[in-house]
Design a binder for this molecule. Structure first.
Ligand SMILES: [Zn+2]
Length: 237
């Protein structure tokens, strides 16, 4: 079977997942736009911190949507200038919350990649349990892995704490773009959810430094919004 590559290098979202997500977004929009609707406080746990230790130079390249309505399903973070891949530098990628992690190399199935290998490259997936619910955080295109991770595992064997170093951002699995982090939150059935509860394009998101005046939706998953890195970033290269 041919290896499938997303043009932009992010995880190939299969058609059913796309449809499910679009339905979800449509339902969300319907609720949001309902004239009878009122803002409701979110019911999701607020447990995530930014997946990198410092915000200087960091930007969002793509939000949950991109291009012409393409459901991207995650947030792409860069250390450089928006739309200028030649300026994108690597940066440390850290756990957005504590949990148990698997890690796998590019083109190897398992650990967040379906039966076929895909464009996500080297990745780490962390399984989190909060308020009796399971969430997965997904870190794609890594350049390398932190020494403590068990790489090549399809089970969540490595215990990681919030802010723990996972590896350096890279462009693995992805010949068509440059160094960035694909950060995604999934439910147990593999449906991506937007941790910002924005479900929009890049310009709708609070930037990593929290300086552009944008806000999260009511059902966001961050400890604070705009989100911050964890307090303890010791031991990160
Ligand atoms: Zn992405």
């Amino acid at each position: 079977m041919d290896v499938q590559q997303d043009y932009r290098g992010c995880r190939m979202v299969d058609m059913m997942k796309r449809i499910a997500t679009l339905s979800f977004v449509s339902a969300l929009l319907a609720v949001t736009l309902s004239p009878a609707g009122t803002a409701v406080a979110g019911s999701s746990p607020r447990f995530l911190t930014l997946p990198f230790p410092q915000t200087s130079g960091m930007r969002i390249e793509d939000g949950f949507l991109r291009g012409a309505g393409d459901v991207h399903g995650g947030v792409d973070y860069i250390n450089g200038r928006v739309g200028r891949p030649g300026t994108w530098q690597t940066f440390p990628v850290i756990a957005a919350a504590g949990g148990r992690a698997c890690a796998a190399r590019s083109r190897v199935a398992g650990c967040g990649a379906d039966g076929i290998s895909n464009g996500i490259g080297n990745r780490v997936v962390i399984r989190h349990r909060r308020d009796g619910r399971i969430w997965y955080s997904y870190y794609g295109h890594l350049k390398n892995f932190a020494p403590g991770l068990a790489v090549g595992t399809d089970t969540y064997v490595t215990r990681v704490r919030r802010g723990e170093f996972l590896g350096m951002a890279g462009e693995s699995g992805n010949p068509n773009t440059a160094t960035h982090l694909h950060f995604e939150i999934d439910t147990p059935n593999g449906t991506p959810v937007d941790p910002y509860d924005v479900y929009g394009y890049r310009s709708a998101y609070p930037n990593p430094r929290g300086t552009n005046g944008r806000d999260c939706g009511n059902d966001h998953l961050w400890r604070t919004c705009p989100p911050d890195p964890p307090d303890d970033t010791s031991g990160i290269p």
